[in-house]
Design a protein around this ligand. Structure first.
Ligand SMILES: Cc1cc2nc3c(=O)[nH]c(=O)nc-3n(C[C@H](O)[C@H](O)[C@H](O)COP(=O)(O)OP(=O)(O)OC[C@H]3O[C@@H](n4cnc5c(N)ncnc54)[C@H](O)[C@@H]3O)c2cc1C
Length: 504
């Protein structure tokens, strides 16, 4: 066996130093060469180390190969071997949502739980004209409430947890409680920053989607990605540039899928719903809090058992299904699963066999909560726009400190600003909605991902809002699938649950 470290991501200032030292002549420094060398593995029997040297020696030829392999032969997975990192500053929380919609990328973001907000916000291009005073006034008022609430809530939490004031780490946690609740006052225009990593395939896809977004800020973000990555890897970020595409292929770039599908679907869905008029719901779904479970694998536990039996024997699927059914009927299933889970611990994922049981929920959740749920990339999520008609989420501490009325006034004022600003741009009006405004989300996750969501979000360290929502999701799913989700608990409760399960 021979394993070589072929490359790794390096800080751009180091790359710049190498470039300006001049020792490379006009040799471009590009992630394309590795992607192309790997693409050539498919048809060229030379050792991959040689293919890498060849690509590096003639970058222009490598770029030509990349274009032909990725775009003409449609072998787009090759572009996944080129990776980019971006620092993103001064972006709104609303814009972050459009970026983080893309699941196969990596994000680390400024936390409104751990950092005190300083009142900075993005002024959307859509409101630079006559709507600007209303927009800025709303932001100012939201931030004034944030500052006031932070002070009040800090004293409240200090009083509630006096034992946590001695150690620096604990004191920070108490301050975090105040920050995470005060932030329900502020809007989606609040500035964020994040580190973002994506491979060229994902980057190209998301640039195309971002460019078709109704928000100007999101479109600009797409342009920036294109400018920066297109410069270093022009052969892999090609489908994003209509002019280059036309030049290369002699036909216009067709982006209808990105620009027209969503508006068309919105029209189609609204007209269809309207045509059916007043609907009296025919089904009632099991509900817990603001969560409904609307679909689950028929016999979810049986599906998990069947998958475990199948992947660890040479038996046919029919035989595994039969045995899984018998285990459930005869009462041996619980012992089987308990034994299977003997080595489970709270830090490792549940095994792949748990992916064969699926659950779908509708959740009405606050923007603060959505900000956390959207990070769970191994689930399918669809969201409606924020809707002031869905009411507001109040942190319990806000109610206990008598701040509820001020929060309600703030939520209502922000909603009124939303309706007014929607006359200029409905999508952009969402910038003034707060972390306490709500939306509907459909989320589908398998039992493996539910284990993960539960471990992180039902845990005592998790924020109360997402803890409540994930707790409701899990309690509904556990009823449908008690065996598959036997150890789906927050990290804090995991040891107790496992000891109980093993009878120790
Ligand atoms: C208490 C707490 C505080 C947090 N604070 C912050 C914060 O300050 N800033 C911040 O940005 N985020 C924060 N997060 C969010 C956190 O970093 C994760 O993004 C989020 O919890 C989703 O978890 P995940 O990425 O493990 O899993 P998911 O996206 O749900 O994926 C499930 C699993 O799939 C695998 N997986 C998914 N994608 C990849 C990939 N690209 N590469 C390798 N493996 C992958 C991993 O095993 C992962 O655990 C916080 C979370 C918690 C619980």
């Amino acid at each position: 066996m021979e394993v070589k470290l072929a490359g790794y991501n390096i800080d751009s200032s180091v790359i710049e130093k190498i470039r300006s030292a001049g020792s490379l002549g006009d040799q471009p420094l590009s992630p394309e060469t590795i992607a192309v060398a790997y693409a050539r593995i498919s048809r060229d029997s030379s050792p991959v180390t040689e293919l890498r040297k060849k690509a590096l020696a003639d970058v222009e030829a490598a770029r030509k190969s990349a274009k032909s392999i990725v775009f003409e032969m449609n072998h787009q997975s090759v572009a996944e071997h080129a990776v980019f990192n971006f620092d993103i500053l001064d972006i709104s929380r609303l814009c972050v949502e459009s970026l983080e919609w893309h699941r196969l990328c990596s994000y680390t973001e400024k936390s409104q739980r751990y950092q005190e907000l300083v009142g900075d916000f993005v002024l959307p291009k859509e409101f630079e004209g006559e709507a600007r005073p209303l927009f800025e006034r709303t932001m100012k008022d939201q931030n004034a409430l944030y500052s006031k609430a932070f002070k009040v809530l800090l004293e409240y939490f200090k009083g509630k947890y006096p034992q946590m004031l001695d150690k620096k780490w604990d004191r920070r946690t108490v301050e975090g409680y105040a920050k995470e609740d005060a932030r329900y006052a502020v809007g989606l225009a609040t500035k964020a920053q994040l580190g973002f990593t994506a491979n060229a395939r994902n980057l190209e896809y998301l640039i195309r989607r971002l460019r078709a977004n109704p928000l100007s800020e999101v479109r600009n973000l797409g342009e920036e990605f294109f400018r920066l990555a297109g410069n270093v890897a022009p052969s892999l970020i090609l489908l994003t540039d209509p002019a280059e595409y036309q030049k290369e292929y002699g036909r216009p770039l067709n982006d209808d899928h990105f620009t027209k599908t969503h508006p068309n679907a919105s029209r189609l869905a609204s007209e269809t719903m309207k045509n059916f008029g007043e609907i009296s719901p025919g089904r009632e779904y099991p509900t817990s809090g603001d969560v409904k479970i609307i679909d689950w694998s028929e016999g979810a536990d049986r599906a998990t058992l069947q998958a475990i039996l199948h992947s660890h024997t040479l038996a046919s699927v029919e035989a595994c299904d039969e045995v899984a059914g018998k285990l459930i009927r005869d009462g041996g299933a619980k012992d089987f699963i308990q034994d299977y889970l003997s080595y489970a611990n709270p830090w490792e994922s549940a095994t792949r066999e748990f992916e064969f049981a699926d659950f779908t929920f509708e959740v009405i959740l606050s923007s603060a909560c959505y900000g956390q749920m959207k990070r769970h990339r191994m689930s399918s999520q669809l969201v409606q726009p924020y809707d002031p008609e869905l009411g507001f989420t109040y942190p319990p501490s806000v109610i206990e400190t008598g701040l509820k009325q001020e929060f309600e006034d703030n939520y209502k004022q922000s909603s009124e600003a939303y309706y007014e600003l929607a006359k200029y741009s409905r999508p952009a009006a969402q910038y003034v909605l707060t972390n306490g405004h709500r939306r509907r989300m459909l989320i589908r996750a398998n039992a493996r991902e539910l284990h993960h969501i539960s471990r992180l979000r039902e845990d005592a360290h998790a924020q109360w809002d997402v803890r409540k929502v994930s707790g409701d999701m899990l309690s509904l799913a556990r009823e449908k699938s008690p065996l598959s989700l036997m150890l789906a608990w927050g990290k804090d409760r995991f040891p107790g649950k496992k000891n109980g399960m093993l009878g120790s």
